[in-house]
Write a protein that binds this ligand. Structure first.
Ligand SMILES: Nc1ncnc2c1ncn2[C@@H]1O[C@H](COP(=O)(O)OP(=O)(O)OP(=O)(O)O)[C@@H](O)[C@H]1O
Length: 235
């Protein structure tokens, strides 16, 4: 494993402006298990972060916490300046692409995208998004009849179309062939190039870091920085 540098310290507990995502000494318990143990983190606006860790380390759980679908047991956090506990405000800024796509199986591809756009009050173009991922021929098909790879592409089209200021993506490269992986790289690259803050949980560091160069390693409930790719501290 690469050298651990700049490990965030819980005692640096000052919430700063200009950060998209901030956690201060966050603990999270699920059932009997303590998943996060005093996580402190700053992710700047527009930054790209790859979240790494072994199976069961807590990457998905951390993404859910950042999306305000799980609450910290202890500690505090902010998303685009809003308290993590303010779910309504946070969800206006955040889009999560879960491992399974998080799609509605009984809606068609177009309906899934149109619904997501409506939920975010976003003037989106589902047809253009479907074209971008080569799914236009399946526009009228219900999601339950799509292959796993097609579902992934549809979920990716949704993330790309919404391009929320904070985009959290869970294992985007899983179950994809080479062309699918290239598409993930291109579309998430475009989301980031548009100014979004991007966090990718992945088991393919070389693929994810091409889009999201800063890498964090989650183990034993604690986060460490890998490598020295974080941009200089902002004024
Ligand atoms: N709803 C829940 N209730 C209790 N424990 C849970 C719940 N969800 C997840 N866990 C536990 O939290 C731990 C972290 O799970 P999580 O899915 O966040 O890991 P992960 O790093 O994303 O793993 P993977 O790489 O396998 O996807 C696991 O031990 C899991 O069993």
């Amino acid at each position: 494993m690469a050298e651990v540098v700049n490990a965030p310290r819980a005692e640096d507990a000052v919430i700063q402006a200009g950060e998209a995502l901030q956690l201060r000494d966050v603990w999270l318990r699920l059932g009997r298990e303590v998943i996060l143990r005093g996580v402190t983190l700053d992710i700047g606006v527009g930054e790209g972060v790859t979240l790494l860790g072994e199976n069961g380390a807590g990457k998905t759980t951390l993404l859910r916490l950042l999306a305000s679908t799980l609450r910290p047991t202890r500690g505090e956090g902010r998303v685009m300046g809003f308290d993590l506990r303010d779910s309504r405000a946070v969800r206006d800024f955040v889009h999560v692409m879960p491992v399974d796509g998080g799609l509605y199986p009984d809606l068609t591809c177009t309906e899934n995208l149109a619904f997501a756009a409506r939920m975010h009050g976003h003037p989106a173009d589902p047809a253009a998004a479907l074209r971008r991922v080569n799914l236009e021929a399946a526009a009228g098909r219900r999601v339950r009849f799509l292959s796993a790879g097609m579902r992934k592409r549809l979920a990716l089209a949704r993330a790309w179309m919404l391009a929320r200021p904070v985009t959290l993506v869970d294992e985007p490269f899983a179950n994809l062939d080479d062309a699918g992986r290239a598409l993930v790289r291109d579309l998430l690259g475009e989301v980031r190039a548009g100014g979004a803050t991007l966090v990718i949980a992945a088991h393919e560091p070389e693929l994810a870091r091409a889009i999201a160069p800063r890498a964090l390693w989650l183990a034993g409930g604690k986060l460490s920085e890998l490598g020295a790719q974080r941009p200089a501290v902002r004024a």
